[in-house]
Design a protein around this ligand. Sequence first.
Ligand code: GLN
Length: 304
Amino acid sequence: MNSQEILDDIVAAIRPQLGKAGAVANYIPALARVNPCQFGIALRTRDGVEAWAGDAMTPFSIQSISKVFSLTMAMRLAGERLWERIGREPSGNPFNSLMQLESEQGIPRNPFINAGAIAVADCLVTCGDDPKSEMLALISSLCDEPVHIDEEVAASEAATGFRNVALANFIKSFGKLDNDVCTVLDVYFRQCAIPMNCLQLARAVNFLCRDGSHPFSGVQVISARQARRINALMLTCGTYDAAGEFAFLIGLPCKSGVGGGIVAIVPDTLSLCVWSPALDASHNSLLGQKALEMFTSRTGLSIF
Ligand code: GLN
């Protein structure tokens, strides 16, 4: 079976299950009104072969998948210094939890929970010239198409992001946030509000299966070592308190978002993105997970 046939097969298996379980994120209107009965999947190999199926061209809110791009930028700008402010351990807690920040003195457990992504955004404000434009430029270059911020989503994130405001203030109270809370959160809320489709995301994370080299130009986006480290963090922390389950069932580094997208990396081989808006209790796409499980079972691909 070639890649296209595998993806078509997965769409056929997933379609009858659409709308039967899970719930779309409802903390903001723009996400609450998304039709849950959608499913898309796309992949791009290390050598640039692409395949897609289902609703792979429908844009959705990338939400926490943006944490992969902000981390990439921060690792590039700050190097090892980044790890003075952020840990590398799975949290075992929900993505927006405040709990561990208290005992860990304002050092978030990892860059993929909200607290960690806020610390990463702080680093981007300190080290970058214009983090929001730089992030759009990076993502647009990686997927070879212009991406933008959905202003409605960004405004709703800011209007309802009470926990994120609390997290940023809590980090600041430990002296571990260098910049103004509002400036840092503006970067974080806006990075969450970028709409992209499965094919664009499969392209945009493709550098992680190419030892850090850009999928179109071949220039190093980050070093091979840094790319390996991002993959390690995606495996252990990319799907919040379900990271163990993802490693067990899927066996690939993954990063999810509450818009229902999940990106996954098969190092040296391919990158893929699945999307289905209905989420499970850990806020990961329910059918997206199932699709990834089918993909790795059928192809035998795994990092183990
Ligand atoms: N915008 C969401 C938040 O900050 C993103 C969370 C996510 O995708 N897990 O709460």
